[in-house]
Design a binder for this molecule. Structure first.
Ligand SMILES: [Zn+2]
Length: 221
């Protein structure tokens, strides 16, 4: 009898160990009620390693292939751009007169812009820079007429315009002009000269006064 019980107990213990072992394994690894079938497929199939696909920008360069050395001489030199004189705003009906005298009989020995008749008056055939300088005075006249009251005789009201105040902030009174221009002692003339350089020789203006060049680029066409 005792022997029979021992055998029975041993048999039960083996059965119980097997049962508990399976349940424990399942519960520890998969506490959530995951379907066994699916789980077995997963556990038997190794997770594929993601294949990294390089994007064009991160594609590794081929080893042993030398990149050509850039030829610096093949690059274009920096282009210093200037303005488009055709787009400079002027009063209506501005003309260029090379007789040295305005049409109303006003004569001077130097080039000038005559507000009364909207004339750029030159002393004969003058360089392009001188003609554009006077056109820039005509522009100042147009700013006065547009922003203040029409002034047909004097350009000094320009000092009260937004343009003049803005320009003075960068130009100050440190005239950079090396030649004997009236531009050396007057903001009105300094502006006209810088304006002319902006249209005729912007590279030189860029070199002479970067602040003036930048202002022109920001404010004039
Ligand atoms: Zn002038």
């Amino acid at each position: 009898m005792i022997r029979a019980l021992v055998v029975l107990c041993v048999a039960l213990l083996i059965a119980c160990d097997t049962e508990v072992s399976d349940d424990d394994t399942t519960n520890l690894l998969h506490p959530s009620p995951t379907p066994v079938g699916t789980e077995r497929v997963r556990s038997n199939t190794p997770t594929p390693t993601p294949t990294l696909t390089p994007t064009p920008t991160s594609e590794p360069e081929k080893l042993g292939v030398d990149k050509p050395t850039p030829n610096l001489l093949s690059y274009p030199a920096t282009v210093i751009e200037g303005g488009d004189l055709a787009r400079l705003t002027l009063p209506a009906n501005v003309t260029v007169n090379t007789s040295g005298c305005a049409s109303d009989g006003s004569c001077y020995w130097y080039n000038f812009y005559w507000a009364a008749t909207h004339e750029v008056v030159l002393q004969g055939s003058e360089p392009e820079l001188r003609r554009v300088h006077e056109l820039c005075h005509a522009h100042q006249h147009g700013v006065i007429r547009r922003e203040l009251s029409p002034s047909e005789y004097d350009l000094h009201p320009w000092y009260g315009t937004v343009e003049a105040v803005s320009y003075e902030a960068i130009a100050g009174h440190d005239w950079p002009w090396k030649e004997a221009f009236s531009s050396q002692n007057s903001l009105l003339e300094d502006f006209a000269e810088a304006c002319a350089w902006w249209y005729v020789k912007p590279s030189e203006l860029y070199t002479l006064s970067r602040a003036r060049y930048d202002w022109m680029r920001e404010n004039l066409p």
